[in-house]
Write a protein that binds this ligand. Structure first.
Ligand code: RIB
Ligand code: CA
Length: 313
């Protein structure tokens, strides 16, 4: 089967970095057309830099990296240095990138790529706030029917929020963008906290990264060591939830995941519940089933895949 053409939209972020590395380690399954950075975990100047740092860590200076939107559609930018550190990629000491950032705006790259490629052949993988995707869909509505699928990390239902009591960070930062994406009619696969909080980097799993004994394995171990302290303190969990690599792993081995095709709407009115993903898990309404909402993962299989693939880089 031919590798799947994807664009990764991202706000690196240690977990974004691992998701990008997994994609770069899987050329038989994934043809990465480009990476578009968005403001999120840290400002855009850092997310676009971090995306290039990760590509160079993987020895892939050839990857086209684009800067996208530097703020949400309507709301002020909220960042997460408290989780990811001031660089957004705290943990390992990695050299500044020397590969160039593309001149084209990330949103224009998304639009041009979807206009050029045959319908149904390009998948968008969103690992941060949905500002770039929503802007592309608004500026060029005709691309919606050409997108094969949007696989995104975001939202929460049974697991409730991580940035407010009701909202997950990616959706909370730009709820208006999320509403546009969730109402676009594009087939959606959603990786909420309900599943990513089951993908925890335990000490044994961090040790397995270190045992790879390569610069990539060491860097990933150092990233997760740094990244986990916030979640361990907040949730008392035994390690960091590897949110964004769930998106890439789904592309490679979808049978690691289980979910339900349901309606998911986004709260964009109440400040109390702003950015909440209102998931009709029990089918109470007759609202359109717009998303495959993932609730479970074979965590052992996920980490086996991740560790094996990272060892290729
Ligand atoms: O809530 C987790 C999400 O927010 C992840 O994508 C993480 O990288 C941050 O962007
Ligand atoms: Ca992210």
């Amino acid at each position: 089967m031919a590798p799947r053409k994807i664009i990764i939209d991202t706000d690196p972020g240690q977990d974004d970095a691992v998701a990008i590395l997994l994609a770069l380690a899987s050329p038989d399954e994934i043809d990465l057309l480009g990476i578009t950075a968005v403001a999120g975990n840290v400002p855009l100047a850092l997310t676009q830099k971090n995306a290039r740092i990760v590509c160079e860590l993987a020895g892939r200076r050839d990857v086209a990296v684009f800067a996208g939107c530097d703020r949400p559609l309507n709301r002020p930018l909220v960042t997460a240095e408290h989780v990811h550190g001031k660089t957004g990629l705290d943990g390992p000491t990695l050299p500044d990138p020397t590969m160039t950032l593309q001149d084209q705006h990330g949103v224009d790259f998304i639009i041009d790529t979807l206009r050029r490629e045959p319908a149904g052949t390009v998948t968008l993988c969103a690992l941060g706030p949905l500002t770039n995707l929503a802007t592309a869909l608004t500026r060029a509505p005709e691309i919606a029917e050409k997108i094969a699928e949007i696989i995104l990390m975001g939202g929460a239902y049974f697991e409730v929020g991580n940035i407010t009591p009701t909202a997950e960070f990616n959706i909370y930062v730009d709820p208006d963008a999320a509403k546009i994406v969730f109402q676009s009619g594009v087939p959606l696969v959603v990786m909420p906290l309900d599943v990513t909080h089951k993908a925890l980097v335990t000490p044994a799993r961090t040790a397995a990264f270190r045992d790879i004994a390569t610069p990539v394995g060491d860097a990933v171990a150092e990233m997760t060591d740094f990244f986990e302290r916030f979640d361990k303190e907040k949730y008392g969990s035994e390690g960091a939830p590897l949110h964004d690599p769930c998106v890439t792993a789904y592309l490679i081995q979808p049978d690691l995941f289980r979910g339900r095709h349901i309606n998911v709407e986004i709260e964009t009115t109440s400040e109390l519940t702003m950015g909440m993903t209102v998931a009709d898990w029990w089918g109470i309404t007759d609202r359109p089933k717009n998303a495959l909402f993932i609730g479970d993962i074979d965590a052992g299989g996920f980490f086996d895949l991740l560790t094996t693939r990272l060892a290729r880089l």
